[in-house]
Design a protein around this ligand. Structure first.
Ligand SMILES: Nc1ncnc2c1ncn2[C@@H]1O[C@H](COP(=O)(O)OP(=O)(O)O)[C@@H](O)[C@H]1O
Ligand code: SF4
Ligand SMILES: [Mg+2]
Length: 366
């Protein structure tokens, strides 16, 4: 049994309308996920599978242009209970002709107002997010310490500046930034990429959020720095027990930090379950995409034997032309004659195959 979820995403669909193609790019296409209190849910999948847009949808950051969103995102902590997509459907109208969406009419002002209402007291306070590019996420004109102090004063009960400043220094120390009192006065450009990511983590956690969303927190950093940031996240996880939604295309990082894992492909979840089962070596009970991702891990043996890394063959799904059948059909090497017709024509559901384990593949339903 899963502990009570802090965040429950149900049938989330986040689409962007392409005027030139008169069609939707279905970036997130029916995702259901739950993050239990105190757990780390890892979301893994190749680039373009809809991981970031899922996170942005939770944070109320899908607002630009004709982006539309449906489903339910429930957030429930001991401080608040909220439906984060409340009322957004009433801000958008679709104009259809012959079954085809010809235009998306969106009341941008009302949409922005509704998002603001839904996210008040949530963004930064209940849910914090760290991104791939810490330097871009920090304000270049303000010292790192000042930015953390301001966040603390805005989102926590520490309203006195001196007190908030001491808290900020404590957090810089906690994320292992050396000489935190000196670093406090550095601007982001004076810090390395790894240091900036530590500062971002300090800023996100200093507001004592219930949920941390970390989207590719180590991507773009040097390999040695990457592993140090992963060590830090692992330490903070055991120290603070903070609920985390961790997003990465790197299955190794997901494996180190996650309790449960969801594998995304083409805007959908194709497999989910306890990390130890989803990421185990055995292909038994696995979605063929997960098995391929695991086979692409650069194990030293594989590199030695083949002299190169094995990538998954074929291209990532184009989410504007979703096939009728299984989204992975064009790249799947495990289709059998018995199920070929179904794989080609009918999309499988995400179904439970064992306690807590779900897979979206015809191989398991025959
Ligand atoms: N603003 C946007 N307009 C149109 N398409 C978008 C937009 N943002 C993202 N997408 C598309 O949505 C898909 C999923 O993107 P994303 O969630 O960023 O993938 P991931 O984080 O898994 O790499 C991609 O195909 C991307 O091109
Ligand atoms: S449903 Fe068919 S095509 Fe899709 S992953 Fe399973 S075996 Fe492969
Ligand atoms: Mg991404």
């Amino acid at each position: 049994m899963m502990a009570e979820p802090l965040l429950a995403i149900e049938d989330l669909r986040t689409y962007f309308y392409s005027r030139s193609k008169r069609a939707f790019i279905r970036s997130v296409d029916g995702v259901s996920l739950a993050v239990a209190k105190g757990e780390t849910l890892g979301i893994v999948g190749e680039s373009g599978s809809g991981k970031s847009i899922t996170a942005m949808s939770v944070m109320g950051l899908v607002s630009a242009g004709p982006g539309v969103i449906s489903g339910r995102i429930g957030f429930r902590s001991d401080r608040v209970e909220r439906q984060l997509l409340e009322g957004l459907d009433t801000c958008v109208a679709l104009r259809r002709e012959g079954g085809r969406v010809m235009a998306v009419e969106k009341d941008d002002d009302r949409w922005a107002g509704q998002v603001e209402k839904n996210m008040t007291g949530i963004r930064g306070r209940e849910i914090s997010m760290i991104f791939q590019n810490p330097k871009q996420s920090l304000n270049p004109f303000e010292t790192v310490g000042r930015q953390i102090t301001e966040a603390i004063m805005l989102h926590t009960s520490h309203k006195i500046e001196q007190e908030a400043k001491e808290k900020a220094i404590e957090w810089l120390d906690r994320v292992k930034i050396d000489s935190p009192r000196l670093r406090f006065d550095n601007h982001p450009f004076g810090l390395s990429g790894g240091m900036c990511q530590r500062a971002m983590i300090a800023m996100a956690l200093s507001c004592e959020p219930h949920l941390l969303i970390a989207d590719e927190p180590t991507t773009g950093l040097d390999a040695t720095i990457q592993s140090k940031i992963v060590d830090l996240l692992a330490e903070l996880k055991s120290e603070l027990g903070i609920t985390t939604m961790l997003i990465s295309h790197d299955i190794g990082i997901i494996g180190r930090l996650s309790d449960t894992v969801a594998v995304m492909y083409g805007g959908t979840v194709v497999e989910s379950g306890p990390a130890k089962d989803v990421l185990s070596c055995s292909p038994e009970g696995k979605h063929p995409y997960t098995a391929a991702l695991l086979a692409s891990i650069p194990s030293s043996d594989a590199v030695r034997e083949k002299g190169h890394l094995q990538a998954i063959e074929g291209d990532v799904l184009d989410t504007i032309n979703i096939p009728a059948g299984c989204r992975f059909y064009g790249r799947c090497s495990r289709v059998t004659d018995k199920i070929r017709e179904k794989c080609d024509k009918q999309e499988p559901d995400l179904r439970e195959i064992a306690s807590g384990r779900r897979v979206r593949c015809w191989l398991y339903f025959e």
